[in-house]
Design a protein around this ligand. Structure first.
Ligand SMILES: Nc1ncnc2c1ncn2[C@@H]1O[C@H](COP(=O)(O)OP(=O)(O)OP(=O)(O)O)[C@@H](O)[C@H]1O
Ligand SMILES: [Mg+2]
Length: 340
């Protein structure tokens, strides 16, 4: 699949130049930027532009697995290394040999594993878990995160020495609102993509008022949110509903939607039940939305603390400044740890 980075903003043009410059160096690259800004697109472009393009591109999500699983995922294991290791298995570093390994969400890597990764990168080799044979690291290491690593380092959550090792080349992806002049171009690109995917002969278009709102909207989910919104409209989602949602998001984030986009429908009274909701055209109460958002952030923060401490609940509770018991109940409430 061909990957492309759409945009004429100077920051994007610079990134394109950088990709061309570093693609054959295999210098470690650190990709920084908010969610949905195109970090993975850049990683794949680096791979595509390099002489490694015919070798593997392997992505490891460092936030998705608890410590021990992530360690064996990265470095592999020998038969008998732990209970249940019935066969030996190569890790992602070995699989990405001569190719590219993308350490996605590196900011969520537990500290213990950060130390091991640093050691591996310094020595250029490692052993599979339970193994004795040295395996050379010759994959191109690209890492990405939406964390503010400088802040994480100041709080002792990310190792400074590892940061400098990974950050030989730093690429910072701007938020979409910082390059809003690219919104029409990106919208056109996603419309064209939808047209092709839906096999339509006639080009897809959007009304001028929605394009106007796109230009004013703050796009907290960045390019991904724009792509999804265009797709929703392309498959026939009610434009009025979409407009209402975007305007509501702006209000929730303390911004003023452009004139004519503020919903005139009545807000449901706080505490009112379903009967009231029926008359609100799908608009939910501020209270519901707030509590849902708070829950989402709380769950994410707990997951982060658990990952940072290698799923040590006592340490995580300390980090979160809550009691062990509270953490335990919250994990239960959010269903954390039950999926493993
Ligand atoms: N400049 C761009 N041109 C075209 N498509 C883009 C661009 N930037 C992002 N996209 C698209 O937006 C979506 C999100 O991009 P990507 O997965 O690279 O984001 P990310 O920064 O890795 O986000 P996250 O931190 O959430 O993992 C993808 O579908 C990608 O193809
Ligand atoms: Mg990503």
């Amino acid at each position: 699949m061909e990957h492309i980075l759409i945009g004429n903003h100077p920051s994007i043009q610079k990134i394109r130049e950088l990709i061309a410059m570093v693609s054959d160096t295999a210098f470690n690259v650190l990709l920084l930027g908010e969610t949905g800004t195109g970090k993975e697109v850049v990683a794949r472009l680096l791979h595509q532009a390099s002489s490694r393009r015919n070798k593997k591109f392997i992505k490891v999500n460092c936030a998705a697995l608890p410590l021990t699983l992530l360690e064996s995922e990265l470095f592999g294991y020998e038969k008998g290394a732990f209970t249940g290791a019935l066969h030996s298995k190569p890790g992602k570093f070995e699989l990405a040999s001569d190719g590219v390994i993308l350490l996605d969400e590196i900011g969520d890597m537990p500290l213990v594993l950060q130390a091991k990764l640093l050691h591996v990168l310094q020595s250029g080799e490692f052993n599979r878990l339970g193994g004795t044979q040295d395996v050379k690291v010759n994959s191109w290491v690209i890492s990405s995160t939406n964390h503010d690593l400088e802040k994480d380092m100041a709080q002792g959550l990310f190792r400074e020495d590892l940061y400098y090792r990974l950050n030989i080349i730093k690429v910072e992806l701007p938020a979409l609102w910082e390059r809003r002049e690219d919104i029409p171009l990106l919208t056109g690109h996603f419309l064209h993509k939808c047209q092709q995917e839906l096999n339509l002969d006639v080009p897809l278009t959007l009304d001028s008022d929605i394009l106007e709102l796109f230009q004013e909207y703050h796009w907290p989910g960045n390019v991904r949110e724009l792509a999804n919104t265009v797709l929703r409209l392309a498959v026939g989602d009610d434009p009025e509903k979409v407009k209402g949602e975007l305007a509501k998001n702006m209000l929730m984030d303390g911004l003023t939607p452009p004139k004519g986009f503020i919903s005139t429908r009545p807000e449901p009274a706080i505490g009112d039940g379903e009967k009231e909701n029926d008359q609100t055209g799908g608009i939910r109460s501020l209270k519901d939305i707030k509590s849902e958002a708070a829950g989402y952030i709380e769950r994410k923060t707990i997951m982060h603390a658990l990952n940072m401490t290698g799923w040590n609940k006592r340490k995580a509770a300390k980090l979160l400044k809550i009691s062990y018991k509270t953490l335990f109940y919250k994990m239960d409430d959010f269903g954390i740890g039950q999926e493993a």
